[in-house]
Design a protein around this ligand. Structure first.
Ligand SMILES: [Zn+2]
Length: 630
């Protein structure tokens, strides 16, 4: 993007511009001749300059909202910084604007505003222009308050708060302003300010029921923000009534027992697996209709993507332009390997921050998360989201916390026990991916991972250990062979397990034995089929230990966990298997500790166990009733 203020740029006319040439120091002043139309992901309109030369203008910034006519009504006067024209075989010649902040609508009467066009143009911002005529008294107050409402509707919460604060300085009991200012603060998660404003409002207007309800909401948010106590059944309801493709949940962000330091977070006390470390709403998200797909294909990288990721970075750019106080936090996330455009600074240019859409895209890449698919009445949607606070948690291939998405909210829970002072780390890519593929993906994010899992796996792949492990796994009996002859299969699996175990060099706390636990699962199925109770329990304990757990059975037959290892899906499987068998034997008390582990592991993977939608099935042998699985 161009970071120079408008006044420092040279005026150019369209006839002076050559195709595909960079005019970094120039600006063109244009008038739109037709209402804008959507052009793929852009807005397109026809513009002329003062000499009467016409060209298509294609804007890639403003994708959000249906009110494109309001964004750029016919007859608007605009400035395009650093103009760039290109010719496309199918769509002809156009001036293309990639960065939202390179495009400025000029207010009437401003410095660059051509006299020639001074009449007959729609105001670029009606309320702002109305304020230019210096209204007084109640009219001025009404204009400020209405402009604040327009700001709220377009997501410019900071501007809305500024306008309403002005009104309240003149008229402290202005009902609408108290309410709108409160809602601006609510959107920015400043709940204390929201509550203060709503209390003043209710004091002056006790019958305002909307304010009463919102006060209740804000009080609930404060509770969530300070304690991390969320009502998950309420969230489930919010998701169900959420209309259209945008499942939004009204909850507050929460930061758990961790401290933010220059580089990421660390635990402020010992944390047990399953504990909530952070809950944060997506800063922005974007959905793509999967029944009517537009695919974007990058011929250089041969990667294809739907429109959602592209729109996400543009929506974020828009939100930053409207709420510049977020800019410094986003800038801090930039990795040293990414080239910093000198432009991405705190300084406002012509009253706005300069936002580089491309840089945002590269900053986002490792941190975006897929949102649950939404089934609308006519179409299905797939979404992608990004959280600002969550992006501060740094990467580790195994990590000690897991990210789960509910609606537009992300939950980070400890995926194993964490000691005080340890850094909180989350895997940006799946640890199940082969180490070379994983590292390649991370490198594309500008991350060069040397975590202990990477080190361990790279060291093992050298002495052909990995190959040996694959060969062993290839000889494991199939499901059919297991059901045909479980006794024989159990014997083979037992031998294989011992051989496989010896292929691991590092302890399971560093390198959880994923493929080994797969064999143990098969072995445990053989045990249930042949009714070998003791062997079954022994196999499950081996499984837990292969995931880095330290656990034993005490004298009364209860499971005692001394340390939680990596609580992956394998752990749910082991715990549910054992709980199921114990329950069917009427040993509810012994089953309880296994159930507790299953619940923990489900919370970790789904944010909360109530969002685990697939049934926890146990195979044909011991169906388990999970109705008490609250
Ligand atoms: Zn790694």
């Amino acid at each position: 993007p161009c970071s120079a203020p408008l006044s420092s740029l040279h005026r150019k006319f369209l006839k002076e511009l050559k195709l595909s040439c960079d005019y970094r120091e120039a600006v063109v002043i244009l008038r739109t001749l037709v209402p804008p139309r959507r052009f793929g992901d852009a807005l397109q309109t026809v513009v002329e300059d003062e000499q009467g030369t016409c060209i298509y203008l294609r804007l890639y910034g403003p994708v959000v909202g249906a009110h494109i006519d309001h964004f750029l009504p016919e007859g608007s006067i605009v400035a395009v910084k650093a103009p760039w024209c290109q010719c496309n075989k199918n769509h002809g010649t156009a001036m293309v604007v990639q960065h939202l902040t390179d495009f400025v609508r000029l207010p009437q009467g401003g410095v660059l505003y051509p006299d020639k066009w001074n009449l007959s143009v729609p105001p670029s911002a009606p309320y702002t222009e109305a304020l230019n005529i210096k209204p007084s008294g109640s009219l001025e107050i009404a204009i400020y308050s209405n402009r604040a409402q327009a700001h709220l509707a377009t997501g410019a919460f900071e501007a809305a708060i500024v306008d309403e604060t002005f009104v309240l300085s003149r008229e402290p009991q202005h009902e609408k302003s108290l309410y709108r200012c409160a809602m601006g603060h609510y959107a920015m998660q400043n709940y204390a300010a929201t509550i203060e404003l709503l209390n003043s409002l209710i004091q002056a207007y006790p019958s305002n029921q909307t304010a009463q309800n919102d006060l209740q909401r804000a009080t609930q948010r404060v509770k969530e923000q300070t304690t991390g106590a969320y009502d998950f059944s309420e969230m489930l309801k919010m998701l169900k009534v959420s209309r259209g493709p945008y499942p939004q949940i009204d909850v507050a962000d929460y930061i758990g027992p961790m401290n933010q330091q220059a580089n990421g977070f660390s635990a402020t006390r010992n944390v047990t697996a399953g504990e909530l470390l952070m809950c944060t709403k997506a800063f922005e998200f974007s959905y793509a209709n999967i029944n009517n797909f537009t695919i974007f294909y990058d011929s250089k990288t041969c990667l294809a993507a739907n429109a959602a990721p592209l729109r996400l970075s543009r929506k974020i750019a828009q939100k930053l332009v409207s709420n510049p106080s977020y800019v410094p936090s986003l800038r801090e996330l930039r990795r040293p390997s990414l080239t910093m455009v000198a432009d991405f600074s705190d300084e406002l240019v012509d009253g706005r921050p300069v936002i580089d859409d491309y840089l945002i895209e590269s900053i986002l890449k490792p941190h975006t998360f897929t949102m649950p698919c939404v089934h609308g009445t006519e179409h299905n949607y797939t979404g992608i989201g990004w959280s600002l606070k969550g992006s501060y948690i740094r990467h580790d291939c195994l990590g000690n916390c897991t990210r789960a998405v509910i609606g537009d909210v992300v939950f980070y829970r400890a995926s194993r026990d964490i000691e005080i002072g340890a850094e909180i780390l989350v895997p940006y890519v799946s640890a199940g991916m082969p180490v070379d593929k994983r590292q390649e993906r991370l490198r594309s994010y500008g991350i060069y991972c040397t975590c202990r899992l990477c080190q361990s796996q790279l060291a093992e792949s050298k002495p052909e250990m990995d190959k040996h492990r694959c060969t062993l796994l290839g000889t494991a009996p199939s499901i059919d062979q297991i059901s045909e002859n479980p006794v024989k299969a159990a014997r083979e699996l037992d031998e294989l397990c011992t051989l496989l175990e010896s292929t691991y060099v590092d302890p399971p706390t560093i390198h959880p034995r994923f493929s080994y636990t797969e064999l143990l699962s098969s072995l445990s199925i053989c045990c249930t089929m042949t009714g070998r109770r003791k062997k079954f329990l022994e196999t499950l304990l081996r499984g837990l230990s292969a995931m880095g757990f330290e656990a034993q059975i005490d004298e009364s037959g209860h499971l005692l966990v001394l340390r939680h290892g990596h609580c992956g899906p394998e752990v749910v499987w082991f715990a549910v298997m054992q709980a199921s068998w114990l329950m069917s034997d009427g040993l509810a008390s012994e089953a309880a500790s296994w159930k507790a582990i299953a619940k923990k592991a489900l919370d970790i993977q789904y944010g909360h166990r109530s969002f685990h939608t697939k049934p926890v099935t146990m195979g044909p042998i011991h169906p388990i009733d999970f109705s008490d699985f609250d």
